[in-house]
Design a protein around this ligand. Structure first.
Ligand code: SAH
Length: 347
């Protein structure tokens, strides 16, 4: 594969323009064209020769939208194709206050959580910073958004992949997506979800990019967690909580725990009570998630009644908690489900 032009910051584009012996103002034209989600060869105000020069070294179209599915509730599921033919997916949720896009950070995933479709085929490769950014630029452009007037207002790193297992590219992406003059989505409007890679959580706290930190907890003891999340064998809950506290101290941002309710594993009253005891007094919020059953995984979710009962235990003990509204269930809304079904069909 050639290089990905969207990996470059504006300063790096300026250096590239100098290397190509083009006038300085071309950098702004090029940046604007990229921020509009365009492929290199279609940026109208650049000379043909310069575009040809760029396309020698960079992918003309690093990411393209291959398929869009729309759920009955308006949620959109995207299948993106990368320049090397790999496919990834994303979700767009439309709310009163704006649009939230869920992006992937890797092709596949090596965490292999027991309920998740993304890990079914293991990790194929990391996405580059520009491949993560391009997902947003394409969807933003689809809704008529520009760099100055964004159509995509919020971003969650909750698609396929573990962002902190692709740390350098993810941080570079965060710098570029928050950069002034670009699409400039504020760190406050970005959530990064991790399965709890403690050293990288601590590193992220030092980066000066105060995104909302979301941790997939899914259990309140290390033993129970390891049954559904192999990564629990490497990092203990106590260390994850410590890293969350460091993150809070450094950024002032309250952190969020995700807890997907899995029948027979973590969803009984006793589990709710233990979770409440574990988290009481912490500057956190708990987001309960209904399981999106993945056929290959053989695990089941719980009824609405059981989910609300679980929520009730948390709330009564004084925790801030919500049961996430389930959107896009009829289009395979959860991580990796669309890609898995397309791979199943023999794509
Ligand atoms: N690797 C990151 C991002 C993953 S996806 C992480 O682990 O946090 C975002 C959330 O969806 C995670 O909490 C993940 O555990 C959860 N999830 C994945 N597949 C799911 C499914 N089929 N049903 C419910 N939640 C799921």
């Amino acid at each position: 594969m050639k290089e990905i032009l969207q990996d470059l910051s504006f300063a790096e584009l300026q250096a590239l323009v100098a290397e190509a012996e083009q006038p300085k103002f071309r950098a702004a034209q090029l940046y604007k064209g990229l921020m509009r989600g365009g492929r290199i060869s279609k940026i109208s105000d650049l000379p043909k020769a310069f575009k040809a020069w760029l396309c020698e070294r960079f992918e003309d179209e690093s990411v393209r939208i291959r398929e869009v599915l729309t759920a009955s509730d308006g949620t959109e599921k995207y299948l993106f194709e990368l320049a090397d033919g790999n496919i990834i997916e994303g979700v767009l949720m439309t709310y009163k206050y704006g649009r939230t896009q869920c992006v992937s950070t890797q092709v596949g995933c090596r965490m292999n959580c027991a309920f998740c479709a993304s890990g079914l085929g293991g990790l194929v490769r990391d996405l580059t910073a520009g491949e993560i950014l391009a997902q947003i630029l394409l969807v933003n452009a689809r809704f008529g958004g520009t760099a100055g007037k964004r159509a995509v207002t919020n971003v969650v790193l909750m698609g396929s992949g573990e962002p902190l297992d692709n740390y350098d590219n993810t941080v570079k992406f965060l710098r570029n997506v928050t950069a002034e003059g670009g699409i400039c989505i504020s760190a406050r409007n970005i959530s990064l979800s991790t399965c709890g890679i403690v050293p990288k959580m601590l590193a992220l706290a030092e980066e000066g990019i105060p995104v909302n930190l979301t941790v997939s907890l899914h259990a309140s003891s290390d033993e129970e967690r390891a049954r559904i999340m192999p990564v629990a064998n490497a990092y203990k809950i106590a260390d994850i909580l410590h890293a969350c506290d460091v993150y809070f101290q450094k950024t002032g941002r309250r952190y969020i725990f995700e807890y997907s309710l899995v029948a027979g594993e973590n969803a009984d009253r006793e589990h709710a009570e233990r979770l409440a005891a574990l988290l009481r007094g912490r500057p956190c919020h708990v987001n309960l998630i209904r399981l999106n059953a993945v056929p290959e995984r053989g695990l089941q979710g719980v009824s609405d009644k059981e989910a609300y009962r679980f929520l009730d235990v948390l709330e009564k003990s004084g925790l801030s908690a919500t049961l996430r509204r389930s959107v896009g269930a009829d289009i395979g809304g959860a991580c990796g489900q669309l890609r898995a079904s397309r791979l199943r069909e023999g794509e």
